[in-house]
Write a protein that binds this ligand. Structure first.
Ligand SMILES: C[S@@+](CC[C@H](N)C(=O)[O-])C[C@H]1O[C@@H](n2cnc3c(N)ncnc32)[C@H](O)[C@@H]1O
Length: 328
């Protein structure tokens, strides 16, 4: 029997670290993600509940009468989305426009908004129609949706058309200043690339993350590679999990990946106990994203879309540079 108290034993430090960790955290039996979630709950920084309760940015959906907008701004008529999905997409857009309106008011000058991973501009076009004076840019990797976006823009009344542009290109190659970045359902690490782009430009962000399971894939592998993310070394850190210092102190990379893998809950109503636990995993991943922004001087918040069932990926995470609120 080895003497564990013997400092010359090569296992000495390791044994002590494991014992300390097991003493500090009640490890539940179960799968890897359940154990990781128990660790996350035990050690979670106190920020997330505060951000959910925070009134730092609007938590309300901004109702829009889509019939009163130019047809091109409507996902049903302009975007060619089938009726049931278009009804849901309209509600999703309204939930994004709530914080967008609040942020543009905070900026106190006409904002330039980039709709990243925009497809044909489902968010950008109603935003341009509803928010006074803003200019919008529709950005997507694929050419086909941008062609549709250009057709939608061409069908707008001239004054509105003048405030809308569309561009083919990946987020990480986007250049030029902007004030607010939006991404509705940018899959996996695509959300992190948008977040990083916004943080680097000191722009506010309104993000609705989806497909967090893909975060557990390594760079250059799996579907993320096919959607060419991220190509540049500068964005390689977007694959890191956890991202924030505060969560790196609480979770290992393997634990965070287990949470990401488990976090893709697709139930939109009648959630089972298992669904709720999986949603809690995604909450940790989104909390890590917000913690990263907070560590870089952002005021951040989180809310759930209403009505709840319009999409299973209904977390909205919002942040703006804290200096936007500071007295000049
Ligand atoms: C699920 S769709 C969401 C589209 C739209 N925001 C919506 O809610 O209807 C994700 C979009 O992100 C785009 N995309 C993925 N990776 C991207 C990247 N690195 N840069 C730009 N666009 C990207 C895809 O081409 C796709 O159109």
């Amino acid at each position: 029997m080895p003497d564990w108290k013997d400092r010359s034993n090569p296992q000495f430090g390791r044994r002590r670290a494991v014992a300390r960790r097991q003493g500090a955290v009640r490890v539940r039996p179960g799968s890897a993600w359940q154990r990781a979630l128990a660790v996350a709950r035990e050690r979670q920084p106190r920020h997330f509940a505060e951000w959910q309760a925070s009134d730092a940015v609007c938590h309300r959906r901004r109702a829009i009468d889509f019939r009163a907008l130019p047809r091109s701004c409507d996902p049903l008529w302009g975007g060619g989305v089938p009726p049931i999905r278009a009804w849901r997409k309209r509600r999703q857009i309204e939930n994004v426009l709530g914080p967008l309106a609040e942020l543009t008011a905070l900026l106190k000058r006409p904002a330039h908004i980039v709709d990243f991973c925009a497809s044909s501009g489902h968010v950008a076009l109603p935003a341009a129609a509803v928010l006074k004076g803003v200019t919008v840019e529709i950005n997507d990797l694929r050419e086909r949706p941008i062609d549709i976006a250009r057709e939608r823009i061409a069908a707008l009344p001239p004054a509105l058309r003048a405030r809308c542009t569309a561009r083919v290109g990946s987020t990480e190659t986007h250049t030029g200043p902007f004030d607010i970045g939006v991404a509705l359902h940018a899959c996996g690490v695509a959300t992190d690339v948008v977040l990083e782009t916004c943080l680097r430009r000191r722009a506010a962000f309104v993000l609705v993350p989806c497909c967090v399971g893909r975060l557990a894939q390594r760079a250059n592998r799996g579907r993320n590679a096919r959607s060419s993310l991220p190509k540049t070394e500068a964005f390689a850190a977007c694959f890191d999990l956890p991202k924030s210092a505060v969560w790196r102190g609480a979770l290992s990379s393997d634990e965070a990946k287990a949470l990401a893998r488990a976090g893709d809950c697709t139930a939109r109503d009648k959630l089972t106990a298992d669904d709720r636990e999986r949603r809690a995993c995604k909450t940790v991943i989104d909390g890590d994203r917000l913690a990263l922004a907070a560590e870089r001087g952002y005021t951040v918040s989180h809310f759930l879309m209403r009505p709840f069932g319009i999409t299973p990926k209904n977390d909205v995470i919002v942040g703006y540079p804290s200096e936007w609120r500071s007295p000049v």
